[in-house]
Write a protein that binds this ligand. Structure first.
Ligand SMILES: [Zn+2]
Ligand SMILES: [Zn+2]
Length: 250
């Protein structure tokens, strides 16, 4: 028994590259998706000369988030470079193929790709590329604010169930749960003035789902210490308190 070089679980497979059966399957699906879905989509976006991602809107108070600024061209180049590199490992001459031919070469050499001595590293590199592509191809309203990059303080966004996150600015990689925990701590410093519905919408940007009715109920029962304003139904909410109450409620 040895450990899979990717998921680090014990595996019985005696192959040279040490990827377990599950990881091989996931790796292969990822390769397939890259050439079948992601690259064609990114290229059609580039042809329309559209930039991916619109600037995120600014919350009422607190840090103004940086716009999501990932360009299709960047992602395409990275994806194509990965394909060219793998194709070149099958046969040196394949390295000069365009991306589609390179992808076909890879798809028709499954065994070679999956048992390559560099498979674990190649898989890790592809995961990174795929995650960036996925994020760029996810509509902005499905992305949430995961937190702030500890290295360069840029805003980190991702899908709600992301396990890790890559900073678009400094390219460092972080574990999503730790980034979110730090974010929830910082929410105590963020106040928002508005109706319960505004507060619910703001929390949704952080992937925290709460109904405006529940917020109103908490206000009525005195569970929530929001400060009333001179405007009807408008309060100053502390997002940290809301997040903490929501956590207890679940
Ligand atoms: Zn594995
Ligand atoms: Zn960063």
């Amino acid at each position: 028994m040895t450990d899979c070089q990717h998921c680090h679980k014990p595996t019985k497979q005696a192959s040279a590259n040490m990827l377990c059966a599950n990881c091989r399957e996931d790796y292969w699906t990822m390769i397939y998706q890259l050439g079948h879905v992601q690259l064609p989509t990114l290229r059609s976006i580039m042809l329309r000369q559209a930039h991916i991602g619109t600037p995120a809107h600014t919350p009422n108070k607190g840090n103004a988030p940086l716009p999501i600024d990932v360009h299709a061209q960047d992602l395409i180049e990275e994806s194509e470079a990965w394909l060219a590199e793998q194709a070149g490992k099958i046969r040196a001459a394949y390295a000069g193929y365009d991306w589609r031919k390179a992808w076909y070469a890879i798809i028709s050499n499954k065994h070679t790709i999956l048992t390559m001595s560099t498979a674990a590293d190649d898989y890790a590199a592809l995961e990174h590329i795929t995650r960036r592509n996925e994020q760029a191809l996810t509509p902005e309203d499905e992305l949430i604010i995961l937190g702030t990059c500890p290295n360069c303080h840029s805003m980190l966004t991702g899908t709600p169930d992301a396990e890790s996150v890559t900073c678009q600015d400094c390219h460092s990689e972080w574990a999503a749960p730790a980034i979110k925990a730090a974010r929830d701590q910082r929410l105590w410093q963020v106040q928002i003035t508005g109706t319960p519905s505004d507060a619910a919408k703001e929390l949704k940007r952080y992937g925290l789902t709460i109904s405006r009715n529940l917020i109103s109920q908490w206000l009525k029962r005195g569970k929530l210490h929001a400060t009333p304003t001179e405007h009807k139904r408008q309060y100053t909410f502390n997002l940290g308190e809301l997040a903490a109450l929501l956590d207890c409620h679940r």
